[in-house]
Design a protein around this ligand. Structure first.
Ligand code: ADP
Ligand code: ADP
Length: 229
């Protein structure tokens, strides 16, 4: 069964903007799904609704495997969200930034420490655990924010144009890192982008959206058109 099903999900804002109209989509385990489309087509709105940060005005979300009574969302660590800005706390170290989501979790200090270092290793920043965000480049800060999203081992990783603020070469490197991590660990990812390049290069499924009203216009399976090794 899918991790989450969107069933005719619509969102109309108070000012009558129809940000999303009848979006129907199953997200299956292990998929790397891109939501691709121009600005204003409802990509972020869809992601925020899946994350539980916003509620649909019509339609519904179904989480077939959720624990009875649980409200899947960022608060119970089923989902992690990576935003366009790394949003790190500047006054504390890389280690503490990545450790933050674990503070809400009931696990030993040793287990938390190990989880943080593993997450930092995944993104190649284990040597920077005691650095402060201001000492890092933009690409490294984004890596820290990815490590912070992964440290809880989420069932679903949501990324909202995570690399949009970075220069092209850094962005390309991070695309490669993300692809390698996904191939190794097989997470389920929903990746919002308006880059055709990123969607084709990274994902195995591309959901194309259009604006006014925001809606799905194509849902494509992508079988690695370029060699990936
Ligand atoms: P995208 O992420 O594809 O750029 P968004 O989901 O951010 O698109 O926005 C979809 C549409 O909804 C746009 O027309 C946007 O201006 C509008 N919108 C987004 N958030 C709000 C809001 N809080 N109130 C009113 N309109 C909004
Ligand atoms: P909910 O579904 O929980 O009511 P919304 O999706 O309506 O949340 O709102 C998402 C975010 O957009 C909130 O942070 C809210 O403050 C902001 N917001 C809501 N309406 C508007 C608006 N008309 N213009 C700008 N921002 C808005």
């Amino acid at each position: 069964s899918p991790i989450v099903s969107l069933q005719r999900v619509s969102k109309t804002f108070a000012n009558a903007t129809v940000a999303l109209k009848d979006m129907t989509l199953d997200i299956n385990s292990g998929e790397f799904v891109s939501l691709l489309g121009p600005s204003g087509c409802g990509k972020s709105t869809a992601l925020r609704i899946i994350a539980g940060l916003s509620s649909p005005t019509a339609g519904r979300l179904v989480w077939p495997d959720a624990r009875p009574g649980a409200q899947p969302g960022a608060q119970d660590h089923a989902i992690s969200f990576v935003f366009q800005e790394p949003t790190l706390m500047p006054w504390t170290t890389v280690f503490d930034n990545v450790h933050l989501p674990l503070k809400l979790k009931d696990q030993s200090a040793d287990a938390s420490r190990k989880a943080v270092m593993e997450a930092l290793e995944m993104v190649g920043l284990e040597r920077f655990a005691t650095s402060y965000p201001r000492e890092l480049s933009g690409g490294m800060k984004m890596r820290v924010s990815i490590a912070r999203a992964l440290v809880t081992k989420p069932r679903l990783l949501l990324m909202d144009e995570p690399f949009a603020a970075l220069d092209e070469i850094t962005r390309f490197r991070l695309n490669n890192d993300l692809l390698r991590l996904w191939q190794e660990f097989g997470w389920t990812v929903i990746f919002v982008t308006h880059s055709v390049f990123e969607s084709v290069y990274l994902s195995n499924r591309i959901v194309v959206m259009a604006a006014r009203p925001g809606r799905v216009v194509a849902d494509l399976a992508v079988d690695a058109p370029y060699p990936r090794d």
